[in-house]
Design a protein around this ligand. Sequence first.
Ligand code: NDP
Ligand code: HSE
Length: 430
Amino acid sequence: MSSAPTTVKIAILGPGTVGTEVVRLLERQRDDLEARVGAPIVIAGIYVRDTAVPRDPAIPRGLLTDDADALIASADVVVELMGGIEPARTMILAALERGCAVVTANKALLAAHGPELYEAADAAHADLYFEAAVAGAIPLVRPVRESLAGDHVRRILGIVNGTTNYVLDEMTTRGLGYDVALKRAQELGFAEADPTADVEGYDAAAKAAILASLAFHQRVSLDDVYREGISAITPADVAAASEVGLVIKLLAIAERTEVGVNVRVHPTLVSATHPLAGVHGAFNAVFVEAEAAGELMFYGQGAGGLPTASAVLGDIVSVARHKALGGKGPRESNYADLPVLSIASASTRFQIRMLVVDRPGVLASVAAILAAHGISIESVRQHHTSDRAHAEVVISTHRAPERDLERTVADLAASAVVHEVLSVLRIEGE
Ligand code: NDP
Ligand code: HSE
């Protein structure tokens, strides 16, 4: 005769934007969650640095503790929602070593120390779940890790950072300045505590590393990801893009080629008719191209306390069910050993915006520099500027290797006819 499943005890570390919503939903939906888990669930405690700080009313004061070790020792499931590397890393390792299941939304930690965490989980035969770490509420980790485990993923192309999509979208659709749009994203709770992680592309790069690791069955860390943020994007870049039916998006791109994998994050021009151009506000969208499945698209809220809590709750139900009834989630799959390629090996179309000296023969000189590097021009536009001595020239190229482009831009910048290279943006998705 089997005994009734025992209560699953859940420890929450960090009742912030996401943690508060997780606690609220755990309490509000307890009956449904218990039915789905197949056992009673209880919040064993909520770890904070300072128990005296005023908190959201959803956080029961009696559950607060500043003793993380004791809380972890009493738990079956540890839910880490503090963010950052330490003390999150040490606490997750302590939890895994004790055999606790761990749920985390911490992409920065996973991208930097994923292998160490996976190995600790494996050694303890414990679950490590992280659906909320990539694209907030969107079920993406599980489809890539489990549903596509029988297929070959070729390419992932997506908007995985809500803050930067919000900022670029506000600049594009409402003509807002960068600083105003960013401040609003912070007020709405999309941005990380330090928005540098968002606007300089670190957050998207961490997510790209996690997705590439899962999709290509090999270890890809944050250091393997080429990264450019959006802080250098100007209203003039946005205007030059819309003039020819393009919009600027911060894309995470992970590609498997004949010779290795290429993972990068950078501002990208996409056609205004491309589905990614229609992703507004803080929404995220991710295309996955797999050999047998073909093209898949995932879309939804990629940030915010409540949407992210949905993904965390899904993981809590899965790991709590394993605790109550047995079973175990997937382990790390890292058998592939493809080289991680540098950005120089990528090949895309480019748009180069520059200020040139306004006199006869200048365009011919510019074209000669591109031709010398084997780069084929697709279109050229020229605008007058308020300064009569210079003109703005915008050149779009056909597809060209990144390493050729780098040399071309260096030669353009050094040329006597080019006053300044204003921006270089990649064009994708055509
Ligand atoms: P917040 O900054 O809102 O909350 C973090 C919480 O952790 C706060 O309660 C904070 O306590 C606590 N905390 C931070 N550092 C420590 C520490 N050293 N010791 C103890 N407690 C600490 O973060 P979010 O809720 O926004 O994010 C949590 C995690 O979820 C991060 O990994 C983030 O990347 C991820 N995430 C966030 C999303 C979002 O939209 N916000 C979306 C997807 C993932 P205190 O109040 O005392 O400062
Ligand atoms: N700061 C992140 C974003 C939160 O803007 O997308 C989700 O990871």
